[in-house]
Structures are given as C-alpha cells and as structure tokens.
Design a protein. Structure first.
Length: 482
C-alpha cells in the first residue's frame, strides 16, 4: 500500500500535481502549535482557468461513461480511503485542530458518503410523462450540468469534499474543488486517492487559494455550469451575486444558530451531555452547532448548573492528545470568538462557565467552553454565529413562547427538541422554520444519506442523500409524436 503523500506546494489539475502558475505557496499551520505542517500551491486566476479548462475537456468523456462505471470508480475511491483511514484522520485532525478521534470519525463519514453515491450512480432515472393521447410519448432525462465548482470551508473538509464531489461525479459532472485556504490538506489527500482509483484526468481538479482570489475567480468563471458553496452566509451572498452574471445555478449551505429547546419533562441525563457535545464537538466550529439553549423556566437553574459543570470538565488539548476538544482553527477565529466573550457581559449576559482563553500559549488557539445565561434575545451572542464553544442560554415559559424563540433567528439549519411529550414535539417540529429537526437527540439519525437541508439564511439545498444527486442534474423533458 503506497504511502499517502500530498506533494509540497502543489495542486491537482488534469490528473497531474503541479505548482501554481506564479509559483505561489500557501503555508498550512497546526492550530495547536502554530507550526507549519506543509505548503500547498496558492492558486490564482490563471490556475483556475487551467482547472476549468481541464474539467471542460474531461466532461464529454466522463458524461458518456456508464453510470455503473462511474459507480465502480467511486467504490474504488472509497476502498482506498478505507486503506488509509489513519493517515487521513491525522491529516484532517492536525489541519483543523480537532482530536484524532474526530478526524477518524470524519474520514469514516467521508468514506461512507462516497460509498453511498457509488451505489446511487446507477439509480438516477427520469420519468415517463402523461400525454393527451396515446399518439405521444413524453419522458424526462436527468443530465449533468457540466463543470461543477465546489467551494468548501475549513471546519470539516473531508466530509464536505465527499458530500459535494461524490454526487456531482456520480451524476456525470466534472468538478473543480476549491477547499479553504485555512485547511486544504484532507481534500488534497482525498483527491490523490481519487487519482489512484483511476478517475480520468480532469474529472476532479483541486486547487487551494484565497477566497477573494481563487474562490472569486472560480465562482465567476464563465466556463463553470453549476456552483456548490458551503461556508458563511456573507460569502454565500457574494457568490450568488457572481453567479447571477453567468446565470449559473447555485447550491448554498451556510451558517447556523441552532437551538436546543429543553422542556422540563425531558430526560435531563440524556439531554445535558448531548447539548454540551453539540457546542463543544469540533470546538463549536460546526454549521449545525447547538449554540442556543432555550430552557423551560422551571428547570433553568438546575439545567444551567449541570451544563456548566460538564462544560468545565471538557478536556482540551492538541489533536494528538486526543482529548474532548482542540483549539480553534487559527488566530482570526480565536480573536473573533474572544470578541464575543468580551462583548456578551456588556449586553447583560451572565457568565456561568469559561469566558476566555484556555491555557496561556499563543499560538495555540484554545478557548474555554463557555456558558452565558440570561442572554438578551437582541444581542449579538443570541443572533450571530460565533463558531466557537460558546453557549447562549435563554429561558421560556410554555410551548408558544418556545416556538417563537426557536424561530427568532435569521438562520434555519437545525432545531433540537427535548421533551417526553410526543405530540408537543411533533407540533414544534411542524412549526419550526429549519431544514432539519431532531427530537430527543442532537442532529440526524446517524445514517449516511439522511437529508441535510437548510432554510432562511442557512441556505437552500438538498444535501445528504439521493436528493443531492438531483441537485447535480438538470431535467430535460422530451415530447415525441409517434
Ligand atoms: P467562508 O465563507 O469564509 O469561506 C468558505 C469558502 O469560501 C473558503 O474556501 C473561502 O476561500 C471561499 N471564499 C471566501 N470568499 C469568497 C468569495 N468572495 N468568492 C468565492 N469563494 C470565497 O467560511 P469559513 O470561515 O471557511 O467557514 C465557516 C462557515 O461555514 C460558517 O458560517 C459555517 O456555518 C459554514 N458551514 C456551513 C455548513 C453547512 O452545511 N451549512 C457546513 C460547514 C460550514
């Protein structure tokens, strides 16, 4: 089994590792130490042109392969990932700063997603359409768009690579992937395994570079036929504006401010660890992080105390110590999160746990898991995505107020309802405006292929399963007079 090496200061275009046209490099740092792990090529506009051109050349041949051939290549890719789990887990963990167990989990999920789409590739079908008389035949064809641009953030790069690249390729598109400049290593490592699996040159191209530079060049490129973006709401808006110029469809998965809504009749022994996990996993740097806790007034004091106690017990350390939580990804993120910690008391919030840096090492962007109680609903902490291990607690009385507070946000990604009253849970699930709802657990059912949907400022897309294949195809209606 050949060792998995990402060539230094390079990018993968047209099946070849190359340097950037202007030989630019991006250093990639370990967030726990500031130590440079390695460099990748820093792509600019000319590199984007090359990658899009390669993807355009590869498209007709790739679209003409049979779906089962595409599925077989995806399966081979997932098998190779299975042979390199530990190397990939280390890359993902060290690049983002998450514990090794978190890196490993992400690699398993990425492999599972690719396997899923390997199986889905030959399941994509059109329909026959009703016609006025038997003298006609109507049917639909599901066709790939062409070149798909995929732009992803740094927080779960392996998973997001798999979740967007695999359905696009399965449906017969070619891809230019731009991972984040902050954590590009796992996408490059996965792309190297795709190369080894035998995907033809140009089918999957990967280049890293800054958003304002390579990202903007890619998403405004006239040679791109579809854009899939995962990242912040602000960048999503900029990308939609760019896409309007070329009239290209956009799939957006953006930020969140997800509530855990806890009623007094919930099983607190189950709910409290899950709520703490929901805001400390990946140091709170998840789009679906449970960053708001709405708790029924009668149990608020007990819940806040128990949550705070667990938050204080979270073990923090670098990726290879493999504790519960790592550092934030970089200095910019660290300063941003500290800004929220400093600002919250001025907005009237009461600090219950944490509240500042963890340890005294800089670089090493560790912050304490933090709980603020009595958070004002109009404050920045209540409304903005912090993207750190910071929990904002608010209290409610009664179901009506719970619904209003759940919906009092610009975002609409995930809502978690904790109660033993089934009909109340189902009523809330109907009334909350979010793409995903979970009851008496945090997040989805743990099944690969489960829908990953968004509403409001969290974006619009149908990710996560068979529906994602449709996102990467356009439908053509054919009418025939017999
Ligand atoms: P970001 O928006 O700053 O960057 C995301 C990607 O977009 C990066 O690759 C970046 O280089 C690129 N980019 C930046 N400006 C661009 C531009 N003008 N044109 C084209 N590309 C550009 O986000 P981030 O800080 O990397 O990631 C954190 C955000 O991602 C959070 O808001 C989080 O909620 C979100 N996220 C959402 C999901 C989801 O599925 N909804 C999943 C993970 C992360």
């Amino acid at each position: 089994m050949a060792e998995l090496v990402i060539p230094s200061a390079q990018q993968l275009i047209d099946g070849e590792w190359t340097t950037a046209r202007d030989a630019g490099e991006l250093p990639v740092a370990d967030p726990a130490t500031g130590q440079i792990i390695q460099a990748v090529a820093r792509a600019g506009r000319a590199d984007v042109d090359d990658a899009v051109a390669a993807a355009r050349r590869a498209f007709p041949g790739w679209a003409a392969t049979s779906p089962s051939e595409r599925g077989a290549l995806l399966r081979r890719w997932s098998e190779l990932i299975g042979e390199h789990v530990e190397e990939l887990a280390r890359v993902e963990a060290r690049d983002v700063g998450k514990p090794l167990s978190g890196g490993r989990m992400n690699v398993f999920i990425a492999r599972g997603i690719i396997e899923y789409f390997a199986g889905a590739a030959d399941k994509l079908t059109g329909v026959t359409l009703p016609t006025r008389t038997p003298d006609y035949l109507g049917y639909t064809l599901q066709e790939p768009y062409g070149v798909c641009a995929v732009v992803i953030p740094w927080n779960v790069p392996a998973v997001l690579t798999a979740a967007n690249v695999a359905p696009a390729l399965a449906a017969g598109n070619t891809v230019v992937l731009k991972p984040s400049e902050v954590a590009p290593l796992a996408p490059f490592a996965l792309a190297e395994l795709a190369r080894r699996a035998g995907f033809p040159p140009g089918v999957l191209n990967v280049l890293a570079g800054f958003g304002a530079d390579a990202g903007a060049a890619l998403t405004s490129h006239p040679g791109v036929n579809h854009i899939s973006f995962v990242g912040s709401t602000a960048t999503g808006r900029a990308i939609m504006r760019a896409a309007a110029e070329n009239l290209v469809p956009v799939k957006l998965e953006l930020g969140g401010k997800s509530p855990n809504v806890l009623f007094a009749d919930a099983d607190l022994d189950v709910a409290i660890p899950a709520i703490v996990g929901s805001i400390t996993e990946n140091a709170g740097q998840n789009c679906y992080a449970g960053s708001r806790l709405l708790v029924e007034a009668s149990v608020r004091d007990e819940v806040v105390e128990r949550v705070a106690e667990r938050m204080r017990a979270v073990r923090i350390g670098p990726w290879d110590a493999d504790l519960d939580m790592g550092p934030l990804v970089n200095e910019a993120q660290y300063r941003r999160v500290l800004g929220y910690l400093e600002g919250a008391p001025h907005d009237g919030a009461r600090l219950v746990a944490g509240g500042g840096p963890a340890g005294d090492r800089e670089p090493g962007w560790f912050v304490q898991p933090t709980v603020f109680d009595r958070v004002d609903p109009g404050s920045r902490l209540a409304r903005e995505e912090v993207f750190g291990p910071v929990l904002a607690v608010q209290e409610f009385s009664g179901t009506r107020q719970a619904v209003d507070m759940m919906n009092d946000t610009d975002f609409g990604l995930l809502a978690c309802i904790w109660t033993s009253d089934v009909s109340r849970a189902l009523r809330l699930a109907r009334e909350v405006r979010s793409g995903q709802v979970s009851v008496n657990q945090f997040a989805d059912a743990g099944v690969i292929g489960y829908p990953f949907n968004m509403q409001k400022d969290s974006g619009f897309s149908r990710g996560g399963g068979y529906a994602a294949m449709r996102e990467y195809t356009q439908e053509k209606a054919v009418a025939v007079r017999l």
